[in-house]
Write a protein that binds this ligand. Structure first.
Ligand code: MRU
Length: 343
């Protein structure tokens, strides 16, 4: 079992995803600021894992208080710091909202009580995320046939969640159900979540996986070597538009051209009912060094101008189905997505 993030008596422990696959290093974080920096620098990444880290960061910040004198102000400062880390991942804001609601209900209790309630909630969010991923896996695997080659982009696996994964959770569930699944993993430039993380997870579990560069996806679709695409999501708008790792949109367009189903696997906590369409989803722009350098090596002339949007939006018309813990929804998403929240 892959341990992405855990609450311990010593602090919040996270596997340092920047070092994978070369080194398996676990760091312990003792303050909310340290957790915020870990999210920003992508020690931990993937929308659901970011949500768990946000909740644990808040719980840690409150646990470190020795007095209740400025409790509301302290809570607001801690949450605001965590909120500034990654703008696209809906689960970050979802987790902060959930922790804030609980804080409001308990803020008049003694400090120890507030601390224990928030700690318990963060641990609960972690546990629930794994259960939710297993449910997504069960729903999703029913869409897959007995023998199939699947393409995935970025890492939507155990490392991107509290465990098991969303898109890779569907793959895991299919394999557990005896299906013969071959994974094609896009390497996912610029941060290489596909080659460093997805390939690592698949190799670790013995699930057959072929690593390809992002530009090879069309070749493998055209030559009938891929029967479906499955990806995760960072934020899903109310109309079904999906923000996910940069390059996802290109894969969806290719899938459409080749009449290959394009599936998105995500928990309800990734769906943003307050965002009507993908147009309104904020896209994180990251440091251009991620494009111009890799592990200390310069890849481009210093004078060149560089862009580095971390995510793109796939319009809902390219999405064959969205797989959630409450079931699988399809067009018209304007009706099927709101219905999920009533189940
Ligand atoms: O920049 P990252 O690595 O946090 O981006 C992650 C993704 O785009 C994932 O596909 C998404 O968060 C879904 S993870 C279950």
């Amino acid at each position: 079992m892959i341990r992405t993030i855990e609450w311990t008596d010593e602090g919040v422990v996270m596997i340092d995803q920047r070092l994978l696959p070369n080194e398996e290093v676990y760091n312990t974080y003792q303050t909310a600021e340290e957790v915020a920096e870990a999210i920003e620098s992508m020690v931990i990444r993937g929308a659901p894992a970011i949500g768990v880290a946000a909740a644990m960061g808040i719980a840690l910040g409150i646990k470190n208080l020795s007095t209740k004198d400025h409790l509301e102000e302290d809570f607001a400062k801690i949450s605001a710091r965590i909120e500034r880390t990654r703008p696209t991942a809906r689960n970050l804001f979802w987790a902060i909202e959930r922790m804030t609601r609980l804080f409001e209900e308990n803020k008049n209790q003694p400090l120890e009580k507030v601390q224990s309630v928030l700690t318990t909630e963060a641990i609960t969010i972690h546990r629930e995320d794994i259960e939710i991923n297993r449910q997504i896996g069960q729903h999703g695997q029913q869409l897959l046939s007995k023998k199939m080659n699947l393409l995935t982009h970025c890492n939507a696996g155990a490392l991107a969640t509290a465990g098991y994964g969303t898109a890779l959770g569907v793959i895991r569930a299919a394999v557990e159900n005896g299906k013969n699944i071959q994974v094609f993993a896009d390497e996912t430039r610029p941060c290489l979540q596909g080659s460093r993380l997805t390939a690592w997870e698949m190799v670790k579990e013995g699930i057959p996986c072929t690593l390809i560069t992002d530009s090879m996806a069309g070749y493998f679709m055209k030559s009938n070597q891929i029967q479906a695409v499955i990806v995760g999501a960072d934020r899903i708008a109310r109309n079904g538009d999906v923000a996910n790792k940069i390059g996802t949109y290109s894969v969806a367009v290719l899938a459409k051209e080749h009449r290959i189903p394009f599936y998105v696997a995500a928990p309800l906590s990734t769906i943003d009912m307050d965002t009507p369409t993908g147009e309104e989803i904020p896209i994180e722009q990251r440091d251009t060094q991620e494009v111009t350098e890799f592990m200390g090596h310069t890849l481009a002339p210093a004078a060149v101008s560089v862009a580095n949007p971390a995510f793109d939006v796939t319009p809902h018309r390219l999405v064959s189905a969205i797989i959630t813990e409450k079931g699988v929804v399809r067009v018209p998403y304007g009706e099927s997505i709101p219905a999920l929240f009533k189940k």
